[in-house]
Design a protein around this ligand. Structure first.
Ligand code: NAD
Ligand code: UDP
Length: 352
């Protein structure tokens, strides 16, 4: 059932310094969504997070829940939107991102990407709002071109267990650019490569959170397959900066834009780094490689570098240290997300 957690307020009510308009973040209680909501509040937006809390958590929003410019609405984007809100910007991050989560109910995952995108695109159309889509490096499938530039069309299995996510996101890209061509909507599509950081769930199932949590608990580190497959890991703060730059770019690129860290690591290298950073005595064990697991992945970010002036700044070592500190607090029963002390404080932190 849909439930409005806080009664929606008129734009800017009870809050000084809101001057950027109203942004809707679908998937706002998730890992990336909660960081994005904080950033948008700090930048002067009124923010509405829309989430079905499938993989997102209320405690991700603990730092901003009391902010007068923030509202959270429980809703599944597959269903007709619960309100016809005048919004200036829409960010569509709603979709489980971890393979075990998106494969648990593949039909709903596919509907989330397709019907969710249509519902949000229709909202954008009604209000002439700019709209952002969180697409993914998974659109390249098991890539035959390395590193992957945006012009590469990919190598995706259309009927395997990852297809509900990969093909759902590919369809969403199609919808975004068709809405742009048909109705003149301003769309911004980011292809996100593996991103990690605080607020991933301990049971998320993705590799960075799995390895850190296993290492901190002294459990075996589960490397799937030989561990020679590669990924390129981007720290969340770098990615959010990329989102904002893509959304604020004066002209909308007429294609998706890769956002990720080009530093490429094998999964074995990651396991060893995590063991070092956590000082853990966990053992590395091997488990079967999931079906269709991509063998290599590394973004070509030339477009983002040249046109958005963006590139990641946070090295894997630094990002792992922040993420490990977060999980240490969480697993130790401490509240890892402190409430923000006020808008100006948040703003100052972002601008410094
Ligand atoms: P996440 O699972 O933490 O966040 C997804 C959020 O969407 C959660 O809060 C979840 O409850 C919500 N959600 C899921 N289905 C929904 C639905 N039908 N209606 C409303 N809300 C729904 O994952 P994340 O890593 O924060 O990913 C956010 C977005 O970025 C996703 O769209 C994902 O596909 C995309 N992405 C992330 C990465 C990454 O490495 N983190 C990489 C590529 C793409
Ligand atoms: N992986 C692993 N152990 C784990 C979780 C994942 O070896 O406990 C591997 C997985 O098989 C893949 C890589 O790490 O090769 C990245 O997996 P993740 O689920 O984080 O992201 P994706 O496969 O979607 O890139």
């Amino acid at each position: 059932m849909n439930r409005v957690i806080k009664v929606l307020k008129p734009v800017g009510s009870g809050r000084k310094g809101i001057d950027r308009g109203r942004a809707l973040v679908a998937g706002g209680a998730g890992f990336l969504g909660s960081h994005l909501c904080e950033r948008l509040l700090a930048d002067g937006y009124e923010v509405i997070a829309l989430d079905n809390f499938h993989t997102g958590k209320r405690y991700n929003l603990a730092g901003i829940a009391r902010d007068a410019a923030f509202t959270c609405v429980k809703h599944d984007v597959v269903d007709t939107l619960p309100m016809d809100l005048a919004v200036d910007e829409i960010y569509n991050l709603a979709c489980p991102a971890s393979p075990p989560h998106y494969q648990a109910d593949p039909i709903h995952t596919f509907k989330t990407s397709v019907l969710g995108s249509i519902n949000l695109l229709e909202l954008a159309r009604r209000h002439n709002a700019k709209i952002f889509q969180a697409s993914t490096s998974e659109v390249y499938g098991d890539p035959l071109v390395h590193p992957q530039p945006e012009g590469y069309f990919g190598n995706v299995n259309t009927h395997g267990p990852r297809a509900c996510y990969d093909e759902g996101k590919r369809s969403a890209e199609t919808l975004f650019f068709d809405y742009s061509r048909t109705y003149g909507i301003d769309v911004r599509v980011a292809r996100i490569f593996n991103t990690y950081g605080p607020r991933m769930q301990p049971d998320d199932g993705r590799v960075v959170s799995n390895f850190i949590v296993q290492a901190l608990r002294g459990d075996d580190i589960t490397v799937y397959g030989s561990g020679t497959q590669t990924r390129s890991f981007c720290y969340v703060d770098d990615l959010i900066e990329g989102f904002v730059r893509l959304m604020q770019a004066p002209a909308a690129p007429n294609h998706p834009v890769n956002l990720g860290n080009p530093g490429e690591f094998t999964i074995m290298e990651l396991a060893e780094l995590v063991l070092d950073y956590t000082n853990s005595r966990s053992r590395i064990v091997h488990r079967p490689l999931p079906v269709d697991d991509p063998r290599q992945r590394k973004p070509d970010i030339s477009f983002a570098r040249h046109h958005l002036g963006w590139e990641p700044r946070i090295a894997l070592s630094e990002g792992l240290a922040h993420t490990t500190a977060y999980f240490e607090a969480l697993l130790g029963g401490r509240q890892p997300i402190a409430p923000r002390s006020g808008r100006q404080a948040v703003r100052a932190a972002v601008m410094s």
